[in-house]
Design a protein. Structure first.
Length: 136
C-alpha cells in the first residue's frame, strides 16, 4: 500500500456562509492530494500527458462527510493507493483537521486512456513500475 499526506489551508472563497468548507470543494482537495501523491512517486500529470500520451479521466467519485472543515484551518489530505492498478487506479482519501479528527473520506477511481487512439488502456508501465514496489 502507498500513502501520502498533503497539507491544504481552507481559503475564504472555498467556504459557505457558515464558514465551512463548501462540500463541492472536497473533490478539488482530493485532486490536490492525488497530484501530490503521484508526484511523490515520480509521476506527474504533465509527463503522463505530454511524454507518455496518457490521460486519466475520473470514472467514480464517492465522498462521505463526517464533520466540517473551517475557514483558515490547515487540513491534511491523506491519499492512499490500496491496490495495485490494472485497468484503473483507485485513490482513497481522508481529510483531517489540525487536531487529527477525521472530517471526510472519499474514493476516486480513474482509468487510463491512450491520447493517440482515445481508447482505454491498461495501467501504463510508467505508472505501474513506480507503484509496484509498495505492493511487494
Amino acid at each position: 500500500m502507498y500513502k501520502h499526506e498533503t497539507k491544504v489551508r481552507v481559503r475564504y472563497g472555498e467556504t459557505d456562509q457558515m464558514g465551512y468548507l463548501y462540500y463541492g470543494n472536497y473533490a478539488l482537495y482530493y485532486e490536490v492530494g492525488r497530484a501530490e501523491a503521484i508526484r511523490d512517486l515520480g509521476i506527474t500529470y504533465r509527463d503522463l500527458e505530454e511524454v507518455h500520451f496518457v490521460k486519466m479521466p475520473v470514472l467514480y467519485l464517492e465522498s462521505k462527510f463526517l464533520a466540517p472543515a473551517h475557514y483558515d484551518e490547515e487540513i491534511t489530505v491523506e491519499t492512499s493507493i490500496t491496490e495495485l492498478p490494472t485497468k484503473m487506479i483507485r485513490f482513497d482519501h481522508k481529510v483531517y483537521n489540525p487536531s487529527g479528527k477525521l472530517l471526510n473520506k472519499g474514493v476516486v477511481k480513474l482509468f487510463f486512456v491512450d491520447m493517440k487512439t482515445n481508447k482505454r488502456v491498461s495501467t501504463p508501465p510508467y505508472v505501474g513500475d513506480k507503484i509496484a514496489p509498495y505492493f511487494e
